[in-house]
Each structure stands twice: as C-alpha cells, then as structure tokens.
Design a protein around this ligand. Structure first.
Ligand SMILES: Nc1ncnc2c1ncn2[C@@H]1O[C@H](COP(=O)(O)OP(=O)(O)OP(=O)(O)O)[C@@H](O)[C@H]1O
Length: 279
C-alpha cells in the first residue's frame, strides 16, 4: 500500500527495503530497445544509442557509468520525453512517458534555478505551472533539504551546494515518482559533493523514489546505487550490470572500507577502460 507524508511524498512499505521488489512486481521504469541517431554537421548521421534495454524496480537506485560521449545524457533526455527515439519506447508503470509528465523529475548537471526568483519562488515554479498554490509544501521541502532559512534568498546569494538543495526541493515539489539525475553534483567541490550524496541518500531513503543517476565517478555510482549499469562506447548500450552488495543504510565516508567495494570498483573500471577510446 502507498502511504504519503504531509509533503505528499511516498513512503516505502516498512517491510520492504529500498530497491527490493515484491515478488512478481512490474518494473517502475522500463526502457525497451531504444535507438537514436543525430544528424552530423558534415552530412550523415551519428548513432548515439543502440537497442538500450533497462528496467528499474520501484524504489531502486541505479547508476549509469560509461565513457564520455557514449549517450548517457541523451538517454535521460529520451526517457524524459525531451527527445523522441528512432526506435523503442520508455514506460513508467507500463505506460509510455510523455514530455512534461510531472511523475518524471529531471535534474540537469547545470544550474537551472531562475536567477531572478527567490529560493521559495523557484520551488513554487512547478506548482505555479499547474495553477496550484501551496507555500506550506514549498517551505517544508526547503526545510527538508536543509535550506529552510534561505527561502527568501536569491540564487546568487547561495553557495553551489545550497543551490543544488533548492533544485532538489523544486524537483520534489512536482511530486515525481522517478528521478532522472544527470551528473547533478559534477560541478561541486569534493566536500560539498559528499554532503549532497548524503542528502540524496537520506531523501531517497525517506521517499522511496526510483532513481536513475548518471555519473562519471565510479565511487559515487557504487556508494549510492543498488545497481551500476555500464555503457559501451558510442553507440551506447548496456554492456554489463553490477549489483552493489553493500547493505543499507550506508555511510558515504566509510563505504570504501567495505570488503565488497574495492573488488567491485576494479571490476567496473577494468571493463569501462576497454570502452574508452581517445580520439
Ligand atoms: N542535439 C544533438 N545533436 C547532435 N549531436 C548530439 C546532440 N546531443 C548529443 N549529441 C552527440 O551525441 C553523443 C552523445 O552525447 P551525450 O551528451 O549523450 O553523451 P554522454 O555520454 O552524456 O557524454 P559525457 O559523459 O561527456 O557527458 C555525442 O557525440 C554528442 O556530440
């Protein structure tokens, strides 16, 4: 049974760990045979994705790693409905995903806060778009991500980490079921990045959101995920999947000491480095 908090966020069934599917459960998010090519400047087309199949269970946290330019960001754009694929389909709860579906939250690497709006106004944005007013919800989300005291601040008055927190609150305001995250912490300094990883795990743990997370950082992928998916070189498709056998809850700072961490890191890296070509 689905339960919701006062903020409208889903709460996991207490008897089920995040990512653990009830027997026979249908996938939450499914990508079936997605292929895509782009026109090239000098003529012809470049194949970017080729027959990508992936499936995420409800509440699962999966990461995608792969060589630069293999189509990871493009895949998230296809899943969100921003780019229609040449072939294949993307489904949420068994239904095709259409652009603008609030159940699919998309977090970009770049800073997407509106610079002329306060933190509160930024978080309000998805609600304004559907004519809904609920400042109580927006304020509670800002508090939930640790920036409740900065509701009236403008993005230029906030640090990089605080701006990411506001972006997270804004995503949550649209009450998504799935989060697509494209290297969301890539531009942050190392300490802020660790804090944001902790914050994301805390949020994920309390909401039961299904997360598909793109990163270049293998440590980040292992630390956060239930499963790491490795992409081939372009045209990207899934080469291998690695379940992460590290129990939860996890402490980001001690994860490298876990006996499974090192061998998994080496396994993923050895397979990934074969895909990296220097042009
Ligand atoms: N709109 C577009 N038109 C033409 N080519 C594009 C377009 N978007 C992406 N590409 C090309 O598609 C390929 C995949 O790009 P994409 O950004 O998805 O890769 P990526 O794996 O996310 O890379 P990185 O890890 O470096 O961010 C690249 O060669 C890129 O130049």
């Amino acid at each position: 049974m689905e339960m919701r908090t006062a903020e409208g966020l889903r709460v996991l069934d207490a008897e089920r760990a995040p990512g653990q599917q009830p027997m026979g459960a249908a996938p939450k998010l499914q990508v079936k045979g997605v292929s895509l090519s782009f026109p090239q400047a000098g003529g012809g087309r470049v194949e970017v994705l080729q027959g990508v199949d992936l499936s995420l269970g409800e509440g699962e946290f999966c990461s995608i790693v792969g060589p630069s330019g293999c189509g990871k960001s493009t895949l998230l754009s296809v899943i969100s409905g921003l780019i229609p694929p040449d072939a294949g389909s993307c489904e949420l709860d068994g239904k095709p995903i259409t652009l603008g579906n609030p159940a699919v939250g998309y977090m970009f690497q770049s800073d997407t806060l509106l610079p002329w709006a306060t933190a509160l106004e930024n978080v309000r944005f998805p609600l304004d778009a559907v004519g809904r007013k609920d400042d109580g919800l927006c304020l509670s989300l800002l508090k939930k991500v640790g920036v409740g005291a900065f509701a009236q601040a403008y993005p230029w008055q906030l640090s990089g980490g605080m701006r990411k927190r506001v972006q997270l609150a804004r995503l949550l305001a649209q009450q998504p079921k799935v989060l697509l995250m494209d290297e969301p912490f890539g531009a942050l300094d190392a300490q802020t990045r660790l804090l944001m990883q902790e914050e994301l795990l805390r949020l994920w743990d309390s909401t039961g959101l299904t997360v598909l997370f793109v990163t270049h950082d293998l440590s980040e992928a292992i630390a956060l995920s239930d499963r790491v998916m490795l992409f081939t070189n372009r045209p990207g498709s899934i080469k291998e999947e690695y379940p992460v056998p590290i129990e939860r809850p996890r402490a980001i700072e001690t994860i490298v000491q876990h006996p499974a961490y090192n061998s998994l890191f080496v396994q993923v890296w050895q397979s990934l480095r074969k895909e990296i070509t220097l042009e």
